[in-house]
Design a protein around this ligand. Structure first.
Ligand code: 3SK
Length: 495
């Protein structure tokens, strides 16, 4: 990309190079071709300029997954403004907080949405239908793309983390183009692909899968405005024949539990998983049922990319994969010293497109963004022969008998028991001491909790060292999860 080149212009041009008629977005029975996406985004840019939205100004997007999201996101970037996609399921107070934190004067949403409660005398609201604000259809003006400027935020996402208030993660405009040249290249995505992601556009993973990766190569994207359950995903796989599916471990687990042999033919060649460590057992069962690998990987909002991933034909169950070409990795102890090979350590990464600092949070920036371009990911990994196994978030690691226990490793073993539908492992305080506790959702009609606990204890003793075996088993009807499907282990610790 040339210096100063507008990244939204570049990504639209990349898609348009395959022909204006090629479908960019498919949703319901409708299709939005690349040519129409481009025209709408340019009109949206002019529409923002007419509302005196300045370069670098944050524009909140509270939009479900329909083409209106892409029109508003790319249109705002074409105008040089900074789109800020937000979770569509927040409260009015949350939107007011984020509006003030981002210093936004414009909220783009849909009619009747709670986010309209954040509109004030000084903050405008714009309502969209599936294709963007109805006004832009007849908007006569179109804006030439505003040059990119690294001194201004190009787009910004909010990272909620497990606790504390959300942090704005600003990215330069050009960071939008890096994932396609790195992770997308590893996946081998091309203009022939049709992608579908269960993760929503307002999350980094969803924005990558629904916009940054596919548009850069002229692929088509199937959008689903709600939160798809396993049945809806299978309907889309059967009805739209995507060639690449981006999901999360919880959803793959549900899909495995409801899988029917007739669905095998509809499973795409690329099945990717991120958001949480994929238990190796899910990879193995999926491969057996569908004949397809699940490519696990790990990314972050701060990286706006996946930086460790498995690749097609060379995946390993139980491993997040190898560093994506372009990224460097280091595993360090709490003092920052490199750990010995085969020892667990905190993962640091360095590579193109990482966030340079949080929005108005110098304290958090200092903790996370280190010298020489290295960034703390907050994840603990162990490396074996170049392959990285994810042991959990550093906050979730627990100590038992003076030794570190990876909740991910215990969950992986327990999930292999036939009476376990889902499980999560966290420390629980008993008589002033932390003990390993497994929270389990049993399969239906699995039997009484006491007998199950005894069976699980015996099962794990046969495959895990003593210090990793949970001292307690607690049955729960469901596990607490974030909107992205990540288990909230900190909530379990509070039970
Ligand atoms: O949610 C995640 O962990 C994630 C995965 C891939 C890319 C980006 C993100 C934030």
């Amino acid at each position: 990309m040339r210096d100063g080149e507008n990244a939204a212009r570049a990504i639209l041009d990349a898609g348009l190079a395959f022909g204006a008629e090629r479908p960019a977005y498919l949703w319901g029975d409708a299709v939005l071709p690349y040519g129409a996406l481009d025209a709408r985004a340019r009109r949206f840019a002019a529409f923002l300029a007419a509302r005196a939205i300045a370069p670098g100004e944050r524009v909140l997007l509270v939009l479900p997954d329909t083409p209106a999201f892409a029109v508003a996101f790319l249109g705002a970037m074409l105008a040089g403004a900074c789109p800020v996609p937000l979770n569509t399921n927040l409260t009015t107070e949350d939107y007011a907080f984020l509006r003030d934190d981002a210093g936004a004067r414009l909220v783009v949403t849909v009619a009747g949405h709670t986010a309209l409660g954040a509109v004030t005398q000084d903050v405008q609201g714009v309502c969209c239908n599936d294709l963007g604000p109805p006004e832009i259809k007849n908007f006569s003006s179109e804006l030439a793309a505003h040059p990119a400027n690294d001194a201004l935020p190009g787009f910004m996402l909010y990272s909620s983390g497990s606790t504390g208030r959300p942090k704005g993660v600003p990215h330069h405009q050009r960071d939008l183009l890096i994932p396609s040249a790195t992770w997308g290249h590893l996946l081998g995505l091309s203009g022939r692909d049709i992608v579908f992601s269960s993760s929503k556009c307002f999350f980094a993973y969803g924005l990558l899968a629904n916009l940054a990766l596919p548009l850069a190569v002229g692929a088509s994207v199937v959008l689903f405005p709600g939160k798809p359950g396993p049945g809806e995903v299978f309907d889309i796989l059967a009805g739209r024949s995507p060639t690449a599916f981006f999901g999360v471990p919880t959803l793959y687990n549900l899909m495995i539990r409801t899988f029917e042999p007739g669905l095998r033919q509809h499973v795409p060649a690329i099945c990717f998983s991120a958001g949480e460590a994929l238990p190796g057992v899910l990879h193995e069962i999926w491969l057996e049922l569908t004949g397809r690998e699940i490519l696990d990987g790990i990314g972050s909002t701060e990286a706006f990319n996946v930086f460790i991933a498995n690749s097609k034909g060379a995946s390993r169950a139980g491993f997040a994969g190898r560093p994506v070409p372009g990224f460097e990795t280091r595993l360090v102890d709490d003092g920052g010293a490199e750990v010995a090979p085969g020892t667990e350590g905190n993962l640091l990464i360095r590579g193109p497109g990482l966030c340079r600092g949080y929005w108005n949070r110098p304290d958090k920036t200092r903790e996370t963004m280190l010298e020489d371009g290295w960034m703390r990911t907050g994840d603990v990994f162990v490396e074996k022969d170049g392959w990285f196994a994810h042991l959990g978030r550093s906050d979730d690691m627990l100590k038992s008998g003076g030794q570190w226990v990876s909740p991910v490793a215990v969950e992986e073993a327990l999930l292999r028991h036939p009476a376990v539908a889902e499980c999560a492992v966290a420390a629980r305080r008993v008589n002033g001491l932390d003990v390993v506790c497994a929270y389990v959702t049993p399969v239906p009609d699995a039997g009484p909790e006491k007998a199950l606990g005894a069976a699980w204890r015996e099962f794990l003793r046969a495959c895990l060292p003593e210090h990793m075996c949970p001292a307690l088993f607690v049955c729960v009807p469901q596990l607490p999860k974030t909107a992205t499907g990540k288990v909230q282990r900190f909530k379990l610790r509070q039970l």
